[in-house]
Design a protein around this ligand. Structure first.
Ligand SMILES: NC(=O)c1ccc[n+]([C@@H]2O[C@H](COP(=O)([O-])OP(=O)(O)OC[C@H]3O[C@@H](n4cnc5c(N)ncnc54)[C@H](O)[C@@H]3O)[C@@H](O)[C@H]2O)c1
Length: 452
């Protein structure tokens, strides 16, 4: 992410090639953004936080200049207390059950930063309760959940920002997208998302549930299982990422970031249609049953290593892999660039010195929305602006689902031994493969069905 300590003038100077010579670009002009306006004391927005873990607390700190956290929900009372002290000087209302926040009329906006298996249900219920939501990525655990979210979003018209803040990282990812959008790579024929693999573990023993934790509620829609912990390894806080019951592993954890950028590049290049097939190889620490469920439930089970080839119409391809430099490679018939959270490189980037991008190049890919320097703050400013103006944010549910379908399909293929799946993008169905199609959704545990 961009360093919060660099001032705006330095940022402009080092953003080589973006309107370098002339006037100050729109996004860093003295003009106030709508999000800036809500810095005034009387204009701060009350917000509810659902999920007070590492990301929930970190995100609320990024938004602190605009919002007051007035209510927090988490099934872990220790985390509730900690978040209340850190974010609200102990003054927020705290709840085990997030429904209590949804019931409050004084709260119009929410942040959801629960584990992935707990995104879709509160998000849908929040939209039905009339809230606009900044929800962490990946929005879903299955392709079917994506259909449900899009349906309810269309019915309610609520504003949803997804926490893929790379879309608000101007000097790296947005600049890369501007290079693509201005045609500097020509026709893009291949993209690659390198996202690292998941760790493996040995058997993690069953442990006593911590006194502060409502384990049944933490599990929520997922199957009822024992709590496990040994050292840092657990099937609960943070480490949930390495269990298919609660996550898609790296394929969705980092896929939601880099596959998003790779797909955004294709779409800006005029290639809007989804994939036609996906297949490859994947290593797992466990085996899977007919339904794609892990046969052993005592250890991490998501893919430790993988390589997937994703085909698109027009002979365009995407590769998703774990085994090379984390980042996104975008290759066109005029040149190629590589971008990650630390660098944006390639001959087309060097060429900007002599042939800068037009002044509005970033703004065009950022839908003309106001910009802020720091990516995490910028992503919040984007959400708050869109809440106020009722516009579609930069990380909207539709673009998110178009790319997350690819990540989920990779996860299904992975659990089927890397089998190639043919994808009917229009109908969101896998063609001629009943077993794979049955993995487009998953059962919800009784009592935790979606009320939507
Ligand atoms: N955008 C990014 O770069 C980024 C980075 C890290 C994490 N994330 C995302 O943020 C989310 C949270 O990740 P984390 O690392 O903070 O995990 P975490 O385990 O530290 O925190 C999740 C919190 O949610 C709580 N929770 C569980 N069920 C809940 C429920 N029903 N209601 C309210 N709270 C509930 C847990 O008790 C926990 O405190 C994940 O979806 C993750 O993918 C995004």
């Amino acid at each position: 992410m961009a360093s919060p300590n660099r001032n705006r003038r330095d940022f402009l100077k080092t953003s080589a090639g973006i309107g370098a010579a002339a006037s100050v670009p729109y996004f860093f002009s003295q003009q106030k953004t709508l999000a800036d306006e809500s810095r005034s004391k009387n204009d701060r927005l009350p917000i509810g936080l659902i999920g007070a873990g590492g990301m929930g607390r970190g995100n609320m700190r990024s938004a602190a200049k605009w919002v007051d956290v007035v209510a927090i929900a988490d099934p872990d009372e220790g985390r509730l207390r900690q978040a209340n002290d850190q974010l609200s000087k102990g003054k927020a209302d705290v709840y085990i059950d997030y429904q209590k926040i949804l019931d409050r009329d004084d709260i119009k906006i929410l942040h959801i930063a629960t584990p992935d298996h707990w995104h879709t249900k509160p998000l849908i219920e929040a939209m039905r309760a009339g809230k606009d939501v900044y929800c962490e990525k990946p929005l879903t655990l299955t392709i079917d959940e994506g259909k449900q979210i899009r349906k309810v979003q269309e019915e309610t018209g609520r504003i949803i920002q997804v926490g893929t803040q790379q879309r608000s990282t101007f000097h790296l990812f947005v600049k890369a997208m501007a290079i693509v959008n201005e045609g500097r790579l020509g026709r893009i024929h291949s993209v690659q998302a390198a996202i690292g693999g998941a760790p493996a573990s040995g058997a993690i023993p069953v442990a006593e549930v911590p006194e502060n934790l409502d384990w049944d509620r933490w599990l929520g829609p997922a199957p009822k299982v024992d709590y496990r912990k040994e050292g840092k390894k657990t099937n609960c806080h943070y480490e949930f990422r390495w269990w298919y019951e609660y996550s898609g592993g790296k394929l969705t954890d980092w896929g939601a970031h880099h596959v998003d950028i790779a797909k955004w590049a294709l779409e800006l290049n005029g290639q809007k249609e989804g994939p036609t097939s996906i297949g490859g190889t994947a290593d797992h620490p466990v085996e899977f049953d007919q339904n794609g469920n892990p046969k052993q439930n005592d250890r991490y089970n998501t893919a430790t290593a993988f390589k997937f080839d994703v085909a698109f119409p027009g002979n365009t391809k995407m590769v998703i892999r774990n085994d090379t430099d984390n980042g996104v490679l975008i290759e066109g018939d005029k040149g190629r660039i590589f971008v990650n959270r630390g660098k944006l490189v390639g001959a087309p980037v060097d060429a900007l010195k002599d042939n800068p991008l037009p002044e509005d190049a970033l703004s065009k890919v950022y839908k003309g929305l106001p910009m802020e320097e720091n990516a995490r703050a910028a992503h919040w400013a984007n959400f708050l602006h869109c809440h106020k103006t009722q516009q579609e944010p930069i990380s909207d549910v539709h673009s998110h689902m178009r790319m997350l379908n690819i990540c989920h399909l990779a996860g299904i293929s992975a659990r089927l031994g890397g089998r190639t799946l043919k994808w009917d993008d229009g109908n969101e169905q896998i063609v001629g493969d009943e077993q794979a199609n049955s993995m487009l959704s998953r059962p919800y545990r009784e009592g935790y069905e979606i009320n939507g």
